[in-house]
Write a protein that binds this ligand. Sequence first.
Ligand SMILES: Cc1ncc(COP(=O)(O)O)c(C=O)c1O
Length: 464
Amino acid sequence: VNKPFYVNPKLVSMEYAVRGSIAKRAAELKRLGRTIIPCNIGNPQALGQPPLTFYRQVLSLLEYPELLKDKTNQISHVFSDTAFDYGHTIMEKMETGLGAYSDSKGHEFIREAIAEFIDKRDDVLKNNGTRSNPDNIFLTDGASEGAKNIIELLITNKQDGIMVPIPQYPLYSATIHRCGGVQVNYYTDEDEGWILTRDALEISYSQAEENGINIRAIVVINPGNPTGSILNKGCVDEVVDFASEKGLAIIADEVYQDNTYGSKFHSFAQAVWDRPHVPLFSLHSVSKGFYGECGHRGGYLEVRNSPKLVSTEQSLIEILFRQASINLCSNTIGQVLVYLMVTPPSEESLVGELHKNEVKSVLKGLQEKASLIKKSFTEMEGVQCFGEIGALYLFPRLDILPDQTTDFDYCMALLESTGLSTVNGSGFGQKEGTHHLRIAFLPSKSMLEEVLPKWIEFHQKYIK
Ligand SMILES: Cc1ncc(COP(=O)(O)O)c(C=O)c1O
């Protein structure tokens, strides 16, 4: 029987600009032999960022544990003593090695290490804060899985809404759409450096409320993607006050917490210490920062202030545990990378010194490259880029475009002309009538030095 084959229409209509039609065209051009500079996505190692030596030494030892058994083997000189020590510790604590499933939440010793890392990061003892609880931490396949699980948990019917910043990372819009909820936009203030204001939150909340939407949570991406903005403490506290007054949960996407280039990162975990009734879901990952291990898919979700649930005796953590159990566990290499991210080697060891220098060099390089690109905007008529440098992206506004053209047309033409693959601002959402593009500042300096003059030339011709 030739039975019609239906699929979920929500998946058909789901959009994800970062890998949308510009990226598809870039792949086509690459197949045709063109040099493409893939700045459409925050994929550090695809653009030449080297993996950190220490991380890869430990992973190699764990992937082939025979090496761990005998430190005098033929190739042991490749590995540092510290990597051997970490390898042994991890292997003992894992008991079963990398090839076995772990607990659904992830290995307990890794969750304990994450809790210690969070407490240290937020200086919990000195500030008399609330300690992180390893039982409320879930290891995930990248931050994406954590975000998806939370959104799935919160959207119970088609009137349930989640507030997302505009512009936003399309994981949020796509997942809310897929789960059948309502995306409630709030607008960040571009001219003030993409800051977040209470007024903007209130406007978006009351409009949604008037439309009968039951807002469940607010997403904050800090540092921001695509804008690179970094929230000051006042803004973070403002979101917590707002969530507290409206009875919302906070989804804090903090995957760029190490990409601040001198500015201070303020976590949401510390901001809810004295607000025990504001549920917080915070996300972190090994994908970005200076680690850039996005292909290894490691991340975690920390839950604070779990509310009591209606119509079930189960706790929120139990429900999240069920959700995690369906996937059995997150991948174990990702888990180990999270462990390494939260327990860096002592700087006194040789490899620790090397690690520190590699980290510095990656972050310094990123900042320099961002500054180089930002400077070239000054030579492009009608291009303005607001705010400090943060995350891995610049999000300039294109104030002059030829009539009847959009930022999508601009990005497509830029790709055809220079091989530079970027993402149109409309893929992230933007204020009506404005145009932007997002560029990841990841290519090597030499690549940028080659492509930026071509971009400037393209721009000046395109807008005439
Ligand atoms: C804001 C933000 N959150 C989450 C992710 C997904 O990260 P992961 O690779 O950890 O799933 C990204 C990836 O670019 C991102 O930019």
